[in-house]
Design a protein around this ligand. Sequence first.
Ligand code: AMP
Ligand code: MG
Length: 433
Amino acid sequence: MTHPALTQPTLTQFVNNLADYDPNALPVAQAQRIVKDFVQPILGIETVPIWQALDRVLAADVISPISVPAHNNSAMDGFAFQGADLAADAGTTLAVVGTVYAGRAFDGTVARGECVRIMTGAVMPAGCDTVVPQEFTQDASDTAVTVPQGVVRTGDNCRLMGEDLQEGRAALAQGRILRPADLGLLASLGIGQIMVQRRLRVAFFSTGDELRSLGDDLDPGCIYDSNRYTVFGMLTRLGCELIDMGVVKDDPASLEAALRSACANADAVITSGGVSVGAADYTKQVMAQLGDVTFWKIGMRPGRPMAFGTITSKGKRAYLFGLPGNPVAVMVTFYFFARDALMRMMGAQNAALPVLRAASQTDIRKKPGRTEYQRGVLSTDSGGSPLVRITGSQGSGVLRSMSEANCMVVLRHEQGNVQAGDLVDIVVFDGLT
Ligand code: AMP
Ligand code: MG
């Protein structure tokens, strides 16, 4: 198993070299940059059938072994002929000299004034460069057909050899997260097995004495551990291999044992809770003992406190994300800090979340000097333009509004109040992938 290299500079050295670094008032953009620059890919390659390659990270460029299509072929059912035969200002009548089906070639020759009935996907006969779709023709019989004036131009409805993929050229680049279209593309090249990065192993647990696991009695003052389920969902969507370590009590020995075990088995550890200033929070203390961890107060809402770094046990190192405890803050810090870092560890390229713009339906109060992530519902106005509405309560413990939302509205650090109709940045939760 490859673990984060033990040779790279420590996070402490890394942040000390930065100008304007203040862990107690860290702007979002700076925190994101530190995380991104500090984290290194954890590479390990495996070969899998393309069936199993969906959402995996491609480990090497794929060079086309063949051209697709391999021959010029027809894009329509119709008649193939030489475009030069088309009369400039009248219909053109051609003699039909044969028929060619998909998957077959036409062995005859097609002379000037002649044509061949052709099916979609059939190889273009030698000498033909144009196809008139059947439905545009007139007076078609077994022996002749008329192409009315103006319905096609030379080259129409002919797919050219290699227009999809050219032999010897890169078809897919290393670091790509494979989507359904890519599986089809690989299949079109005849490639059935592909090299992908191994899955990232991520251990996760929740901390807090007040937490109860599902199935336990909910003692007075206690709450069910919900963070482990949202973290499970988000990590699963990223394609990680998960190590669920349950709920860990807020006591130094349990926390230390959990973090050491995570180091031994995982590339990264995600915890929630215990990273703010609470009196009974040993999480910070133990994290600091085991590793090279910085504790941040990020200029954001929700999710101010976060721990980031690496922890080491018995020569094995894992990246650590100590996310805040509040259920919405967990999701926001995961999406806007941990996600990019995990993607980078997986060797993924260009995996940043797309940011779109939508008009705000209402005024939104916003103080400059911190980034706010508000839960939003994206819709469209009567003209089809994107509109976004903030969901009700934005409290950082109100998971319901996260569940009702379909996007996050990102109000930037320097941004002030938003007026109804202003465009705001949004990141949508779901989409075609
Ligand atoms: P903490 O950061 O540990 O002080 O937690 C902040 C808030 O989030 C407290 O109200 C906790 O009860 C709550 N919280 C912490 N962990 C979880 C969890 N795993 N599931 C639900 N709520 C949590
Ligand atoms: Mg706690």
